[in-house]
Design a protein around this ligand. Sequence first.
Ligand SMILES: [Zn+2]
Length: 331
Amino acid sequence: MKNFIELALAALLLMSPSQVSAAPAARHTPAVKLYTLDCGRIDIADMDAFADDGSYKGVSGQMVVPCYLIRSAKGDLLWDTGIGDQFYGPRGVTLLPGYVAHVPVKLRDQLKRLGLNFTSIEYLAFSHEHVDHIGNANAFSHAIWLLNRREHRWTIAHDGHDGQPPKLLAASTRARVRYIDGNYDVFGDGTVTIIQAPGHTPGHQVLLVKPTGQQPVLIAGDLWHSRSNYAHNRVPRINWSRTATLQSFRKVRAIAKQEHARILIEHAPEDFHPGLYGEQRAANVGQSGPPQTSLERRRGVAHPITEAEPESCPQIQCSRGSFKQAVANAH
Ligand SMILES: [Zn+2]
């Protein structure tokens, strides 16, 4: 299996950025709008898992959790579904040991303010199937699910990446599903393209969006978890493959450069601006702004770099607490 993965990655590297990025937009493409929605945040007691060089050992941090809505005359796509409206409330809820989730505003209410509801979204896709990206997925059984085949198989085979049951994606059995094996042009006009970027998980992917009249955006999922990790090319020790992660770093940076796209790091407070892309201040659909703290400000003393290579099933992914219990705690 490892040889197959290395061969596949080598093939990807041999492709030019133009082969792996979006096709040129058609002459008369419909207007595309991108909205950032507030799908919660997570307080983390010890960020050590997010760098395999020990940089964050003993350092607490907070991650924002956005969802992204892409509106087009050809349909609406929701990219990632956040922590889950079941966690809504004034108090934080322990999602996993050391991880406290906050959902200050429901996704349902944010969609309502845009004249939408769960059943009116046509397409659903995920950067990957970690618990904080699939929380509301089951509310979208009417949508067409664009599932990464490799990622979904991994989730099923390992009973979820974080110890949570694949139950969080149970509606996929009732929904129409299109399995993705490579890059995928969602609307067929080059405006919204899913791009493979494995490493954090086996089927991790990023999203290239070309909002009409705006600079293109590359929504990077968990390829990087913070601006600091982006700046220093740090690889979380929880990642599925260090080698694949580093290759995806290079690949996505190259595509962003070629497309003149701004990279958005989903969990980075600095990149979190709820509302309509390009007009966030005027059309703020989220009720809360970026948190006051960021990983960068909380960082402690730097530690020496080590060469750890978590390749298969990192302990933190295979043995963490039960998400089922966390859902129970929320009620
Ligand atoms: Zn993740």
